[in-house]
Design a protein around this ligand. Structure first.
Ligand SMILES: [Fe+2]
Length: 191
């Protein structure tokens, strides 16, 4: 029954949010690699795999016009968009392992406490969320979006290094840079 629910959520999300096609699986793969790099146990790696796929599931509730908007969002649109972690948590909390639902709830919290929805900082943010944030940021930069072309890998790696300790957990960034150094980061296939 649990597998059915997971598959259902994933397939609905991929259908509804076309822009995410492929993205969620790359985020999932990178998140697991990062988790392995900081020696998380197998249970947490399994949770990361699913949290990586489902982190943006709350966007199902968003207006497609906002999701696909080819320019910056206005304040009201951004406020709506920033509700997606809590909506995703509400959708998954009774269906999945609570740590997966929490990873989704906190995946836009920043290490310096300036993220959303709660402004948690440092170790108060679950490690699974700190990992998903790095994986999501890298793939968001290096894949084509409605509002931007894909950016070069070197630029994305530089940005993530630059924001270690502010946006990102430095411990997670260290592992990310190790993967970057050996060209082990997952990338969108270009046609
Ligand atoms: Fe998100």
């Amino acid at each position: 029954m649990k597998e059915l629910s997971d598959e259902f959520l994933i397939s609905v999300m991929e259908d509804v949010i076309e822009d995410l096609h492929g993205h969620v699986h790359r985020v999932s793969n990178l998140a697991v690699d990062l988790g392995r790099g900081i020696h998380l146990g197998d249970d947490d790696l399994d949770r990361l795999a699913l949290a990586g796929v489902l982190h943006d599931v709350g966007k199902i509730h968003m207006d497609p016009g906002i999701l696909g908007k080819p320019g910056p969002l206005d304040e009201a649109e951004r406020d709506l968009m920033e509700r997606h972690p809590e909506l995703g948590f509400a959708m998954t909390r009774n269906r999945l392992d609570p740590k997966i639902a929490e990873a989704i709830l906190y995946h836009h919290e920043r290490f310096d406490g300036r993220g959303y929805p709660f402004g948690l900082a440092g170790d108060a943010i679950p490690i699974l969320s700190r990992i998903v944030l790095v994986a999501d940021a890298f793939d968001a930069m290096t894949s084509k979006r409605a509002y931007q072309p894909a950016l070069p890998v070197d630029f994305a790696v530089h940005e993530i290094r630059k924001h270690a300790g502010t946006q990102f957990d430095p411990q997670v960034v260290d592992i990310f840079l190790e993967l970057a150094a050996v060209d082990a980061l997952p990338l969108e296939k270009t046609a």
